[in-house]
Design a protein around this ligand. Structure first.
Ligand code: R5P
Length: 285
């Protein structure tokens, strides 16, 4: 098998290849003067089994993925790993006339002759129904739990920033026996609403806030401020997909976050947890 590294996922693609003991194909990416992307797989991949690895964080990443899929037409079996499947939050029409963005992407991928697509912690599992190709979701939450364990934080409490993050908080915490909870609104009076952990008292505790995606950092900054008001000790933040748009990093650090932890589905200095081994295991099956 040869691994084809997309423009956004060079490090992870190389790590996956190392796990599998296979070759990374040489690719060229450049921009034309008008901004259009040019993509070429330099290695001969005729009749080879290939796996393209490319996250979709930006529009240009999607173009690159489509180009790579087109460029492997002479290959044999083709698998695609999309570690971060962007656009998955626009999974329905919230307003009349809106595009269901993830469905549009799924439709593009469904016309290609692909063997399997792998994604990591897609925002809403239900979107997989839009894919005609066999699509498998891999779960990185135990890897985050493992990282937290190795940091030897004393009795960490895993907190999801909202009710929707309960599943992730549980998946990170349960295998390691950590306590977990989510922030929830409690009405105190007609005028007053309190947001705090639903069940647990976090006073004096080390807290790890977990979310699937951090984009602007707004959700996490607010959660961190609310938790500080509960007099927690240090606050760590861990996510699967560190999109970190605009001033997300400074926002979260200013809100009192001690450390940011993300996986390498999107490459950044905070990619402390690698999904490479998990992806490689899936590709071997
Ligand atoms: C929302 O449902 C997601 O799970 C994340 O909480 C959200 O995407 C985070 O976005 P932001 O960092 O912009 O607050």
């Amino acid at each position: 098998m040869k691994i084809i590294p997309g423009i956004s996922t060079q490090v992870l693609a190389t790590r996956i290849a190392a796990e599998l003991g296979c070759k990374v194909s040489v690719c060229t990416f450049k921009k034309f003067p008008d901004g259009e992307l040019y993509t070429r797989i330099v290695d001969d991949i005729k009749d080879e089994e290939v796996t393209i690895v490319q996250s979709i964080r930006t529009d240009s990443d999607l173009i690159c993925l489509l180009q790579l899929i087109d460029a492997v037409e002479e290959a044999g079996k083709t698998k695609v790993v999309i570690p971060y499947l962007g656009y998955a939050r626009q999974d329905k029409k919230f307003k009349l006339g809106e595009a269901i963005s993830i469905r549009a992407i799924a439709r593009c991928l469904s016309v290609a002759d692909l063997d399997t697509i792998y994604v990591v912690n897609v925002h809403n599992k239900a979107v997989l129904k839009y894919f005609d190709v066999d699509t498998t979701e891999l779960d990185a939450s135990p890897l985050i739990g493992d990282y937290v364990t190795k940091k030897e934080i004393a009795h960490p409490v895993i907190i999801g920033p909202d009710e929707g993050a309960m599943g992730l908080a549980k998946a990170v915490a349960a295998p390691y026996g950590f306590d977990y909870d989510v922030l929830a609104k409690k009405r105190i009076s007609g005028e007053e609403v309190e947001i705090k952990p639903k069940e647990l008292n976090v006073e004096g505790k080390e807290v790890v806030i977990v979310d699937d995606i951090i984009s602007t950092g707004g959700t996490i900054s607010e959660a961190a401020s609310l938790l500080k008001a509960q007099r927690t000790n240090d606050i760590y933040v861990a996510c699967v997909h560190g999109v970190f748009a605009q001033n997300a990093i400074s926002r979260m650090l200013n809100a009192g976050v001690k450390e940011l932890i993300a996986t390498d589905t999107i490459e950044s200095e905070f990619s402390k947890v690698s999904v490479a081994k998990m992806v490689a295991e899936a590709l071997k099956r």
